[in-house]
Design a protein around this ligand. Structure first.
Ligand code: FAD
Length: 405
């Protein structure tokens, strides 16, 4: 059996690629997936409503050892192109926060959109199918596909690797794409769990556990990792395992073992100036009561207790102690012990090294007809719809290049 293009992985990137690679009709493109259903990550994304893109999508919201690599695909297939597609399918959506676009009804709307477009383009889909073996030939690739124990040989001119990263193994993530890269001598950068809750020392975990369930506006910053320095101002959530919430997930992609992270709560105010003002204006109020003007009550009490200022009037506290209290709340250095890992990570940071790929088409520079798209590549987006945008843009870039070749 011959297909012009075989795509491994019926996720966001693979289906997008199939739509464009098969554009000229006929069963020219085949997508295989070992899962029972296509687009499983789309289905669970955004709490079931799929945060499918971001109005602010731009190259500076993506991590990569080569920050320029993503520019070509992102500028040629933009968030506006995908929004137009969503509108054309009559899918209702809304902006939630910070440019994040979500389906009004269900993430299934996006899966249906992709399947409809694939059908229109004449792309074939084979589920519960894996790639048992593959070799490079002069004109393309010889593959051995396996469906329910039955093996089928298939030849193709183009082989597109769209099998995602390692995050959420329970949903079928295998890291198989890195093995294919390795077989063809493509380098894979250091990979790690990203957009993931961080974990802490036993003492800190106990402290955060006592505050479990509280959320507060915060900022987290980190520097010294492979992707440079970063700072995110968003909600911080205290959990029974450590810290989570958008700001924590965001900084986790930049963090490396051993690096400190600076945590600031209520970064929108100058807390020391506020405390000094309150000392003059409301000297008889307790420190914890004053702190609760700015922080959730339980958190305010915890900081007052930790500073040894329980039930003390603010007028009796020296400026040095107030400065130390403000620093504990707004400039606290913490050293995460680790992260919750691939089990809960939304993405895999790192991947197939972009130095071996052409940014315009996502094709291998050394193996003609071999393409890598989506999360398997060393391009990782921020939280907020950026990772799907990368899947759409890179899938489109490869699909269009194949259709035009
Ligand atoms: C819980 C969760 C929520 C998320 N929410 C969002 C969000 O709202 N917005 C956003 O932008 N991003 C979100 N993400 C990230 C986003 O889902 C991924 O970045 C995106 O799905 C990557 O697309 P992909 O096509 O490259 O890979 P995937 O979507 O992972 O698709 C890869 C496909 O390949 C298949 N596969 C893997 N190995 C093999 C193999 N050996 N043989 C055959 N098939 C194989 C898998 O079954 C899968 O269908 C979320 C991730 C998670 C885990």
């Amino acid at each position: 059996m011959f297909y012009d293009t075989v795509i491994i992985g019926a996720g966001a990137a693979g289906m997008m690629c199939a739509i464009h690679a098969a554009r000229q009709g006929g069963p020219r493109a085949l997508v295989i997936d070992h899962a029972k259903a296509p687009g499983e990550k789309i289905r669970i994304s955004g709490g079931g409503r799929c945060n499918f893109t971001n109005l602010e999508a731009a190259p500076d919201r993506f991590l990569s050892l080569n920050p320029h690599f993503c520019k070509s695909a992102l500028s040629r297939y933009t968030q506006w192109d995908f929004i137009e597609l969503v509108q054309r399918h009559g899918i209702p959506y809304h902006e939630k926060t910070l440019g994040q676009l979500f389906c009004d009804t269900s993430a299934q709307d996006i899966i249906r959109l992709l399947l409809d477009e694939m059908e229109k383009a004449g792309a074939a889909l084979r589920l519960e199918t894996s790639l048992a073996d593959f070799t490079k030939t002069e004109s393309g690739f010889d593959l051995m596909l396996e469906t329910g124990g039955r093996r089928t040989p298939v030849s193709c001119r183009n082989l597109v690797v769209a099998c995602g990263g390692k995050s959420i193994p329970k949903m079928g993530a295998t890291g198989f794409g890195y093995q294919i890269a390795d077989r063809f001598d493509h380098k894979v950068t250091g990979i790690r769990a990203g957009l993931v809750p961080l974990t802490f020392t036993p003492a800190e975990t106990e402290e955060f556990k006592a505050l479990s369930g509280l959320s507060c506006d915060g900022a987290l910053s980190c520097s010294g990792g492979a992707y440079g320095k970063a700072r995110f101002e968003e909600a911080v959530l205290f959990t029974h395992r450590g810290l989570s919430g958008p700001a924590v997930l965001q900084i986790s992609s930049y963090w490396r073992e051993g690096l400190p992270v600076t945590l600031s709560l209520r970064p929108d105010i100058d807390l020391l100036a506020e405390l000094k003002r309150q000392k003059t204006a409301n000297g008889k109020r307790h420190v914890a009561t004053i702190l609760s003007d700015y922080l959730p009550k339980r958190l305010a009490q915890s900081f007052a207790d930790q500073a040894g200022l329980t039930e003390r009037n603010i007028a009796d506290i020296g400026d040095k102690a107030l400065a130390a209290l403000a620093a504990a709340i707004q400039a606290r250095e913490i050293r995460p012990a680790g992260s919750e890992g691939y089990r809960t990570a939304e993405v895999t940071v790192g991947g197939v090294d972009t130095t071996g790929l052409t940014s315009k088409s996502m094709e291998s520079k050394t193996v003609p007809g071999l393409y890598f798209i989506g999360e398997v590549v060393d391009v990782t987006g921020w939280l907020g719809g950026y990772n799907f945008q990368w899947a759409w843009s890179s899938g489109w870039a490869a699909g269009t290049a194949i259709a035009n070749s």
